[in-house]
Design a protein around this ligand. Structure first.
Ligand SMILES: NC(=O)C1=CN([C@@H]2O[C@H](COP(=O)(O)OP(=O)(O)OC[C@H]3O[C@@H](n4cnc5c(N)ncnc54)[C@H](O)[C@@H]3O)[C@@H](O)[C@H]2O)C=CC1
Ligand SMILES: CC(=O)C(=O)O
Length: 370
């Protein structure tokens, strides 16, 4: 199979879909790998390293897309990349289609097989290709939030850990999954007072055990959420219903009652955001203020730490890249129920129910199409 690795074009996206180590393993297995020049440069991988590992370095993104059977990326294509879509192309990347109707239309129109990292499942029902970036974004969310809490950045001037004789900052984390757990680790490490809200009571029990009672757990309902966000200096949004548009569980009215200079980091913004006042932002222009509350809603947070993020992401994605290359997408989808769960578009059909619900359109089960 010919595998294409284009340079990412989304704002400040500095990760890359395959590392030189991945290229070496693919080349040894007999595959041809086309890497766009400088695709790995911001993750500290040079063209020379890719070439030594067995890749062909290609001068233009257009040629990488045109010549590849499967394109392996990191982020959902931006509009300027849609022209590269063509029938039969396999695209393996984050897609986050629920809030992205134009991208969904383009993939369907060109009959691209779109396999979304964020909906691939493992045998335990987990999301193995979302997890590593949720770990990164969860940990980052607290350091970003701490920075925006500084007066200089529009915040209320609270040091999360406080110092002896002063109260610590209050961190409220909505969603106790991978983002939430990793945010809690860092916030507790900094000495903050941490509350974590989830609708899954068993998850709250696990968190209580994991953190040995060092954080407060709260069942998710609008009464509890309003009280918790109003008391918070930093609110972190980490709610997910896989593939679906995130539910807006922190409302505009709640935000209006928050402390002035408090900070919201809505990590779930890639699925539309779980805070009603959130809208997607970029690393170039990451924040805005609503009702005196600073909002940070960058849809590709891990791009800020590309060396860590590329390694963490490709550690997880690479076995799937290898399997898709070895078997071909159709056979891999038939054989591996977890990969089948990743298929969001196939031969002109939408194949993921939660995306269809978010966009109010029809869909088909992938099992009936391959
Ligand atoms: N902005 C960025 O750069 C990044 C964004 N993300 C996003 O972060 C979000 C969270 O991801 P993960 O932590 O991996 O998901 P996860 O599935 O591990 O955790 C989500 C949690 O939300 C909880 N939840 C669902 N509905 C809820 C409700 N109504 N109230 C309270 N809790 C509720 C679930 O019970 C679960 O514990 C996703 O949208 C993911 O795509 C992840 C990485 C990077
Ligand atoms: C998960 C995701 O959207 C990201 O890592 O950019």
């Amino acid at each position: 199979m010919t595998i294409g690795v284009p340079k990412e074009v989304k704002d400040h996206e500095s990760r890359v879909g395959v590392t030189p180590a991945g290229v070496k393993a693919l080349a040894e297995a007999g595959h041809k790998i086309l890497v766009e020049t400088n695709a790995g440069a911001l993750s500290a991988f040079t063209d020379d390293e890719y070439q030594s590992a067995g890749a062909e370095i290609v001068g233009s993104a257009y040629d990488v897309w045109r010549l590849a059977d499967m394109v392996v990326k990191v982020k959902e294509p931006v509009e300027s990349e849609y022209r590269n879509f063509r029938e039969g192309l396999v695209l393996f990347t984050y897609l986050h289609l629920a809030p992205l109707t134009a991208l969904t239309d383009a993939l369907l129109e060109k009959k691209v097989t779109g396999i979304a990292y964020e909906t691939v499942r493992d045998r335990t029902g987990g999301l193995p290709l979302l997890t590593p970036m949720s770990e990164v974004a969860g940990r980052m969310s607290v350091q970003v939030g701490a920075t925006y809490l500084e007066k200089e950045h529009g915040g209320r001037g609270v040091l999360l850990g406080g110092v002896p004789g002063t109260p610590p900052g209050n961190v409220c984390i909505i969603g106790g999954g991978i983002v939430g757990t990793n945010a809690a680790k860092i916030a507790l490490g900094m000495g903050a007072h941490v509350t974590i809200v989830d609708m899954n009571l068993n998850r709250l029990r696990e968190l209580d055990d994991i953190f040995a009672g060092r954080l407060h757990t709260l069942a998710s309902n609008s009464y509890n959420i309003e009280r918790a966000v109003c008391a918070a200096d930093l609110v972190i949004g980490g709610v997910l219903i896989p593939g679906a548009a995130a539910p807006k569980i922190v409302t505009r009215a709640m935000v209006s009652k928050m402390k002035k200079g408090a900070v919201i980091v809505d990590v779930a913004i890639d699925q539309g955001g779980c805070i009603e006042t959130a809208r997607p932002t970029t690393h170039t222009d990451p924040s805005f203020v609503v009702d005196g509350v600073v909002h940070y809603c960058v849809t590709n947070m891990p791009a800020a730490v590309p060396y860590t993020s590329t390694l963490a992401l490709t550690n997880a994605t690479f076995p799937y890249v290898m399997k898709l290359a070895k078997m071909g997408a159709q056979a891999a989808i038939k054989e591996d129920a977890g990969i089948a769960e990743g298929v969001n578009t196939y031969n002109g059909s939408l194949t993921y129910g939660a995306v269809a619900t978010a966009q109010n359109r029809g869909w088909k089960q992938i099992a009936g199409l391959v």
